[in-house]
Design a binder for this molecule. Structure first.
Ligand code: GAP
Length: 571
């Protein structure tokens, strides 16, 4: 299987999907360039993501800076806690992720261990870089954020964002107004995130600069029923819950309705986005047989999270790779920014009709307090209002001085007040996608090698809506007016906003193979019959079948084949 991965990488490099960055200077681990076809495919996948979240869910997209001021990441906890455990091989001096050394040797749960425990565990293991037994070493925490300074003079610390989510949280009050102060609402962001990964040696899986597509959905804490849950209630997906993991059992396939009813998934919102994620990943070309959803174990899940699942995709080289995280993050993020900024991060939800509520209040007797306590009277009155009196009065602590307040200095009243509504700090449901890992999986799952007519055919079986070049047009011969007709077809298709490639180089079989390799689903050949009968050959990549279709109406036909409203078999 690992050879297949090498072949995919080789194809991706050779044909302009993915390149090592700044190769002329020796490139840098953890950074990649998307070549012409890779960039095209990335945009297409991002736009499919937008189709699901922005068009389908109605969650508008925003775009925030990739550099953020320090306060943001103090509030989010990244300054203090966004670190991995690192060590250095005493023999080859290579920096290593300590938990990965353990996991590479079949030890699970290493990420949850303390630095000392990890050091004790890995000292008998070989260094993955040089092969020597590591021996006694120190394991320490390394913060993954790239730190920078904002403006000249290094006055303000800034960080390259480690996730796109924080921009959405910090814009919360403006978004709330945009959505007219109502819950639920969602906002998405697609963009670059940065993590200074310790030893990124895993191709596109672990990058130092990568693209995330995140949705933050703000919901009422007591209303976690998704308004369109029925869309996915019967949708079945493989779930590796806590029970399956601890019992060493295989994943179970459950409908989303069943998963919520039996408590496997915490609520409808989380279940809805598990199903939507499955739907989206299969749409872009992930093999459903190599896709599962794994629940975070209790010691792996953030303390504030109510439930958390990873969409994991199987790679022949890397095993199960976490590609999307779907979490119910409760009110953790909004409360954290409220504390750090001093601003309000809650929603005022008015009742349909104001509620009458009984309330006991303690009213200070200012006429008696003033003469007795003079300058301290105001502080004492405030403290009385905030206290719950006992039968003999109240004992206050005012600036370290204990003061006894007798019942004649206040009055306890039962008041009825009209309460217009309630202040609520929303909970956040967060599906968080790694676009680069999605692309890596799609390329690997689309790649096939087969023998056709005694020759090896390498083909990317990409969905028609994902292939970077949806259609290629070939003149059979480079003369007799055939190239002109082919160019006219190309411009007609481009007029529909669809990229069509003109190729007149070499034997027709070679041209088909070139397009197969980059996943072009359809190829049109203009031949001599085209001139006589006004028809062309349309070839489908996967079946390699060819049919003759009329010259007129090609652009519309190609559009419907790509969008899936017509199928090749019906032609
Ligand atoms: N806001 C939540 C968050 O960022 P995460 O699990 O750290 O959650 C979400 O990241 C997704 O981003 C991951 O599932 C993965 O696909 C992608 N991702 C994270 N770190 C990455 C890296 N170093 N290289 C490539 N993709 C990465």
């Amino acid at each position: 299987m690992s050879d297949i991965y090498e072949n995919v990488l080789d194809l991706a490099k050779r044909r302009g999907f993915i390149w090592p960055t700044s190769e002329c200077y020796g490139s840098v681990a953890g950074f990649i360039d998307y070549g012409p076809l890779g960039s095209m495919m990335k945009r297409t996948i991002e736009n499919i993501w937008r189709r699901f979240y922005v068009i389908g869910e109605g969650y508008y997209e925003i775009e925030c800076p990739t550099i953020g001021q320090e306060d943001i990441y103090i509030a989010s906890g990244h300054v203090k806690g966004f670190s991995d455990k690192m060590c250095q091989c005493p023999h080859c001096r290579e920096y290593l992720r300590a938990d990965h050394v353990a996991e590479g040797n079949g030890i699970t749960g290493a990420a949850a261990l303390t630095s000392d425990a990890l050091a004790g565990l890995i000292c008998t293991l070989p260094c993955p870089a040089c092969g020597e037994v590591l021996g006694p070493l120190e394991v320490f925490s390394f913060n993954l954020m790239f730190e920078t300074t904002i403006g000249p003079g290094s006055q303000r610390t800034g960080y390259l964002r480690p996730e796109t989510a924080q921009g959405i949280f910090t814009d919360f009050s403006r978004l709330l107004r945009f959505y007219r102060d109502k819950l639920p609402f969602g906002t998405v962001q697609i963009g670059k995130s940065y993590r200074n990964e310790i030893s990124p040696r895993q191709g596109m899986i672990r990058l130092r600069e990568f693209t995330q597509a995140e949705a933050e959905i703000f919901v009422h804490p007591d209303e976690k029923q998704h308004p369109r849950f029925s869309r996915y209630a019967g949708y079945e997906i493989p779930l590796l819950g806590i029970e399956q993991q601890t019992g060493n059992l295989p994943a179970v396939t459950l409908s989303m309705e069943e998963a919520v009813r039996t408590g496997v998934v915490a609520n409808e919102y989380v279940a809805y986005y598990l199903a939507l994620t499955h739907d989206l990943l299969v749409t872009i070309g992930v093999d459903p047989g190599r896709l599962r959803f794994r629940q975070h174990l209790t010691d792996e899940r953030a303390h504030y999270a109510e439930d958390c699942w990873d969409a994991e995709i199987f790679s022949g080289r890397f095993g199960w790779v976490e590609t999307v995280g779907i979490a119910d993050r409760t009110d953790y993020d909004l409360r954290a920014h409220e504390r750090q900024s001093g601003e309000r991060f809650s929603v005022f939800l008015p009742y349909e009709t104001p509620r009458r509520e009984h309330r006991t209040c303690v009213v200070p007797n200012m006429g008696a307090l003033g003469p007795r306590f003079r300058g301290k009277a105001k502080a004492i009155a405030d403290a009385i209002s905030a206290s719950v009196p006992g039968p003999d009065g109240i004992t206050l602590d005012i600036g370290g001085e204990e003061i006894a307040i007798t019942p004649d200095l206040y009055e306890v009243r039962d008041e009825v007040t009209e309460v217009p509504g309630v202040l609520v700090t929303p909970h956040v449901i967060e599906p968080s996608y790694g676009i680069d890992r999605m692309i890596s999986a799609v390329l690997e799952h689309a790649y096939h090698e087969e023998i056709v007519d005694d020759e090896e055919r390498r083909v990317l079986r990409l969905p028609a809506g994902v292939a970077p070049v949806p259609v290629a047009v070939f003149p059979l011969m480079n003369r007799d007016g055939l190239p002109e007709i082919a160019r006219e077809i190309v411009s007609g298709i481009r007029g529909q906003g669809i990229l069509a490639e003109f190729d007149d180089g070499g034997a027709i079989g070679r041209r088909y193979r070139r397009q197969d390799e980059i996943g072009t689903p359809f190829a049109i050949t203009v031949d001599y019959e085209t001139k006589d009968e006004r028809t062309v050959t349309l070839r489908e990549r996967d079946s390699m079948r060819q049919v003759r279709i009329p010259l007129d109406g090609i652009p519309g036909l190609i559009r419907s084949l790509i969008e899936g409203t017509r199928s090749f078999t019906e032609l």
